[in-house]
Structure formats: structure tokens, C-alpha cells
Design a protein around this ligand. Structure first.
Ligand SMILES: [Zn+2]
Length: 206
């Protein structure tokens, strides 16, 4: 019997958030990358360099909020790259408050975005202007099998969806501060919502 592919959800244990550099944030929210309706980056935005107001936290996964861009450590990116997963990420640079690059961090936008679904108590809103799905999953977390057919790594609302080999490497290397949880794969979501399969963002990584 063929084995079902397994996916894990990698998220940060802490509620890590980095403050954006105000001038950089103003340039982003003043550009056409920004949806003024839902106040988030448009789904079409690929790689984006980020500028921080303070030193990034010494963690493997965090985000710059606003505007909402994931930042991961070079160790985590190396694990992903070793398994060939970097092709599925748009990778940008991270600049510290002195304007210099922080080589041990990268900003990440997934080429594929998947909504981690939840049970019947979950809530969802779709932005009428840009199509961004704002979804709050209630337990149990799950992912719809149809969204997995074309991808091996994807960005979720709060982390990364990764295949079993990457999940194993993260655990084996003992990266601290990360939750790596095997996801339940379902044919039909329990939330009753209609959500398109993985959103894919084309574009070139730098
Ligand atoms: Zn929007």
C-alpha cells in the first residue's frame, strides 16, 4: 500500500515579532505591494527585503509585523535548502537598525501558501480587494489533501508546512524554540468553508 505523504507544521514556540524600521514600513505601505483594504501584503508579493528597528531576536523563526513577513535563521534555511526546498521559497535579506545586512537571517515568502484549516469553530474572511484569506483555525489543525498535491513546502498563516524529511532534520539538529507537529490530512475540511487550493506566487528569488 502506498504510503500517504506526511507533512508537519513548523511554528515558533514564542510569539516572536520584530519591529519594522518606520521609514521602510512607510515605503512598503505606500507602495502597490500593500492592500489598503485588509492592511496586509498582497498575495502577489514575492521576495521582499526587510529592515528592522531593533536587532532580530535570537530565534529560528520570527516575523516582522507590520507588514507581516516571516524571518527565519540561516540554520533553518540551510536545512530546507539541503532537502531541495529552497526553490519553493522567495528569499530576501534582513537589515538591522544600522542598515547593514544580518547574514544569519533571511526573510521568507512561500511560493505556495496553504491555509491550515481547523474544526467547525474556525473563522474565515477573504479580502474583497486582494483575495488574502484571514483564517483563524480552531482545533484540530488539519490540511486538506487536495492542497498538497503540487508542493513540498509552503507558507502557512503562522509558519511553514514541510515534508517529513525536513521535519526530521529540524528535530535531529535540535533547533530550539520551534514546534514541529505532524498535521492531520483530511479529504474534506471540517470547517465547511470553500477555500481555493494552495495560492502560488510566481516571481524570481534574488
Ligand atoms: Zn486585501
Amino acid at each position: 500500500m502506498a504510503q500517504e505523504p506526511q507533512f508537519s507544521h513548523v511554528t515558533s514556540k514564542g510569539n516572536n515579532v520584530e519591529d519594522p524600521d518606520p521609514a521602510w514600513l512607510a515605503s512598503v505601505t505606500g507602495s502597490d505591494q500593500w492592500c489598503r483594504t485588509c492592511r496586509s501584503l498582497k498575495p502577489s508579493v514575492a521576495a521582499i527585503d526587510v529592515c528592522l528597528a531593533t536587532e532580530p531576536d535570537n530565534v529560528h523563526m520570527t516575523s516582522v509585523w507590520p507588514p507581516g513577513v516571516m524571518v527565519i535563521s540561516s540554520e533553518l534555511l540551510e536545512i530546507i535548502a539541503r532537502h531541495g526546498g529552497q526553490a519553493n521559497l522567495h528569499v530576501g535579506a534582513v537589515y538591522g537598525p544600522d542598515g547593514k545586512g544580518r547574514e544569519s537571517f533571511s526573510s521568507i515568502r512561500g511560493r505556495h501558501r496553504v491555509v491550515i484549516r481547523g474544526g467547525a469553530e474556525s473563522s474565515m474572511n477573504t479580502c474583497s480587494a486582494c483575495g488574502t484569506v484571514a483564517y483563524s483555525p480552531a482545533p484540530p489543525e488539519q490540511v486538506v489533501s487536495g492542497t498538497l498535491s503540487c508542493l513540498d513546502i509552503a507558507e502557512t498563516q503562522v509558519g511553514l508546512l514541510v515534508p517529513a524529511d525536513i521535519a526530521r532534520s529540524i528535530k535531529r539538529q535540535g533547533l530550539k524554540g520551534l514546534y514541529v507537529r505532524k498535521l492531520k490530512i483530511v479529504e474534506v475540511p471540517q470547517d465547511g468553508f470553500e477555500i481555493a487550493d494552495a495560492v502560488s506566487v510566481q516571481g524570481e528569488s534574488p
